[in-house]
Write a protein that binds this ligand. Structure first.
Ligand code: MN3
Length: 205
C-alpha cells in the first residue's frame, strides 16, 4: 500500500531561522519528531485497514486516538514550517490585519493574547490561530498534545509548537523567550494566504 503521508521538505535550510531558532533544533524537530508523526500516521492507517479487513473492532478506541494524535501532529508541523520564514517578522497587513483588529481589538492585543496562550500550555501543546467559518471569526486555540482542545471546524492559519523539543536545546526552560523570538520569523504572507483560502478575507461584517 502506498503511504498516505510523507514528510514535506522545508523551503529553507535548517540554519535559516538563526539566531531565533538554532539549526540543530530544526534538524531534530523536522527530521526526527515530525518524521515520527508521519510514520505513526501511516502505520496507524495500515493497522486500521487490517482491522477492517479482519472485522476486528477490539482496538478501535486506541487506534482512533493514535490516528488523531499522529495526523494532527503531521498537519500542525506542516503548517508550523510554512508559517515561518527567514524573511518573516513584523506585522500582518491587508485583510488579515483587519480581521485581527476586528476580532482582537488590535495586533498588539492579539500578539499578547497569542503569546500568553502559548506560554500557559500545560505540558506539551500548541497555540493556534484559526478561522471559524460559521461564526466567521478568528479564534486562538490552546491545544494539548496535537489533537485536544481545538474548536471543531476552525481552519488553522498560524501555529506555534511549544513542546519542549521545539525550543529546549536553545532556550532551556525559557519558553516565553522562545515565543518572543518566534515572532521574528512569522511569515505573515503565508497566514494571509490561508485566511483567503478559508474564505475569511472578506468576512468583516
Ligand atoms: Mn513538534
Amino acid at each position: 500500500m502506498t503511504a498516505a503521508y510523507s514528510l514535506p521538505d522545508l523551503t529553507y535550510d535548517y540554519g535559516a531561522l538563526q539566531p531565533h531558532l538554532a539549526a540543530r533544533i530544526l534538524e531534530l524537530h523536522h527530521g526526527q519528531h515530525h518524521a515520527a508523526y508521519v510514520a505513526g500516521a501511516n502505520t496507524t492507517l495500515e493497522k486500521l485497514a487490517a482491522a477492517r479487513a479482519d472485522g476486528d473492532t477490539t482496538n478501535l478506541v486506541g487506534l482512533s486516538r493514535t490516528l488523531a494524535f499522529n495526523v494532527s501532529g503531521h498537519v500542525l508541523h506542516s503548517l508550523y514550517w510554512q508559517n515561518m520564514s527567514p524573511d518573516g517578522g513584523g506585522e500582518p497587513t491587508g485583510a488579515l490585519a483587519e480581521a485581527i483588529g476586528t476580532d482582537f481589538g488590535s495586533f498588539a492585543a492579539f500578539r499578547s493574547s497569542f503569546s500568553a496562550t502559548a506560554a500557559s500550555v500545560q505540558g506539551s501543546g500548541w497555540a493556534m490561530l484559526s478561522y471559524e467559518p460559521i461564526g466567521r471569526r478568528l479564534h486562538i486555540d490552546q491545544l494539548s498534545d496535537h489533537h485536544e482542545n481545538a474548536a471543531i471546524g476552525g481552519v488553522p492559519l498560524l501555529t506555534v509548537d511549544v513542546w519542549e523539543h521545539a525550543y529546549y536545546l536553545q532556550y532551556a526552560n525559557r519558553r516565553a523567550d522562545y515565543i518572543e523570538a518566534w515572532w521574528n520569523v512569522v511569515a505573515w504572507h503565508d497566514v494571509q494566504r490561508r485566511l483567503e483560502a478559508a474564505g475569511g478575507a472578506e468576512s468583516t461584517p
